[in-house]
Design a protein around this ligand. Structure first.
Ligand code: G3P
Ligand code: CA
Ligand code: CA
Length: 289
């Protein structure tokens, strides 16, 4: 039966999970084949049930070792150290490089061609504990939310375009005044208060729950990529925003890495600026629709 199912799914030709749902009437969560505009075929996970379904998993941000400061595995910041001469770091927020596999999206970083190929309107984000198998992601998630204002229209239809307009690069501007957009979210699991509880108590004092924010800059002009579930109201973005460029000046190199300074006051302590262990040990899954 599984083989029949796979054979069936291999016949669909679609650019996104939204198209798989709309054109082929598929409504089950799981892995589907997609194709890019140039004909590259890849497989990814489709969430066909949240808020009408049709969500395509395009990336995951995973912290394999918070003690490694911009070392191997920090694909969403820098794998070549913390260095002012490497201001964009890996540059993966705004390039066509792909890595990882869908089944390992909670075990390591993941980025597929949908990240730059799909022209989308909204985003959905799941925080899923590391090493969770695909079929359990939705139930195991500690937070899930989506946007519903079609904000991606304003930024080119995907993160690839958005981050071309808001480069994730050291020294491109000042905290708050040059930050990218903050978009209100609708919670599918969690709420504004539970979101704040995942970040450190000091961080909690400078964030507002109920948003997803892009290219937040910190006090030292380091750029982060995504503040999941929150909007910054201060400049310690490195304690609640993930990803970034290749240089974080404060405490060099302690704030450089995919989960930046989430363990500034100890690993998973939830003291001072440190995020909770649950947050630290969950991958951030990014979907488009
Ligand atoms: O990023 C957090 C850092 O700026 C806090 O500094 O002196 O309270 O450890 P401090
Ligand atoms: Ca990583
Ligand atoms: Ca700081």
């Amino acid at each position: 039966a599984k083989v029949d199912e796979i054979r069936n799914r291999a016949q669909f030709i679609a650019r996104s999970c939204k198209e798989v749902r709309e054109v082929y009437g598929q409504s089950e969560n799981g892995l589907y084949y997609l194709t890019t505009s140039t004909g590259v075929v890849y497989q990814t996970f489709c969430d066909m049930t949240t808020a009408g379904g049709g969500w395509t998993l395009v990336a995951s941000v995973h912290e394999d070792n918070i003690y490694g400061k911009c070392t191997v595995g920090d694909r969403w910041t820098s794998q070549q150290g913390n260095n002012a001469n490497w201001p964009q770091g890996e540059g993966n927020w705004a390039n066509r490089k792909t890595f990882g596999t869908v089944e390992a999206a909670t075990d390591d970083d993941f980025k597929n061609p949908g990240y730059y190929d799909i022209v989308a309107e909204d985003m959905s984000v799941w925080h899923v504990p590391n090493n969770t198998p695909v079929n359990h992601w939705k139930l195991a998630a500690i937070m899930r939310y989506h946007t519903d204002r079609r904000f991606l229209h304003l930024y080119g239809g995907n993160l690839y375009s958005l981050f071309h307009r808001y480069p994730v690069e050291y020294n491109v501007g000042a905290h708050l005044s040059d930050n990218g957009p903050s978009i209100p979210i609708v919670y599918d699991l969690g709420d504004k208060e539970s979101t704040k509880m995942f970040y450190g108590p000091y961080s909690g004092a400078e964030i507002e729950g109920g948003f997803i924010s892009f290219r937040a800059i910190n006090y030292e002009r380091a750029a982060t990529a995504i503040c999941s579930g929150v909007k910054p109201k201060g400049g310690n973005a490195e304690t609640y925003c993930i990803g970034g460029g290749g240089f974080f000046p404060e405490g060099n190199p302690l704030q450089c890495g995919d989960f930046t300074a989430f363990a500034w006051n100890g690993y998973g302590t939830h003291v001072g600026w440190s995020a909770s262990k649950q947050m630290l040990e969950s991958a951030v899954l990014l979907f488009y629709r």
